[in-house]
Write a protein that binds this ligand. Sequence first.
Ligand code: S3P
Length: 180
Amino acid sequence: MEHAPPDVKVFLVGFMGTGKTTLGRLLADRLGWEFVDVDDVIEQAEGASIVRIFVEKGESYFREIERGVLAGAAARSGHAVIACGGGTFCIPENQALMARSGITVWLDRPFDRIWQRREELASARPLLRSEAEVRALYESRLAFYQQAALHVPVAEQSLPSALEHLLRLLRERFCIQSTS
Ligand code: S3P
């Protein structure tokens, strides 16, 4: 059993459309912790949507802002659940920061399930292009996601059951208890 340090963060990682934000809010609620969504903080800081940032300033600018926002969230005092963007964990420097600051959790949803949601997801996600491109991106990122400390499949389970699974792992492996 590992004991979580006082300011530990739980970082939710995984591809676009796996439910990091939805599950993150539910998890933070159950733990009585703060919730931070990296993409939301980026949009607030830049005063622009993620799509606009990509279009007007490019992906490398976005990644720079993302790195700073992640570092700020990781350095906050107190516990927090942090929902990352799909690419956040695929940058070694970010991955190392998350491993130092808390517990990383891979929400693992199969590609076909994500692709089924493409219409709902597409308008806010500049990297959601053709099926072949998105599948290649998904596959290229699996090796990163597999480095996360915890693995929560959301394949056939609904998000509420993935949440219960994650709460159980946090309790059993890190002594983190929910308050409700
Ligand atoms: C991205 C995922 C998005 C957002 C940006 C880039 C990616 O976040 O950060 O569009 O590289 O996969 P979600 O995973 O929350 O959609």
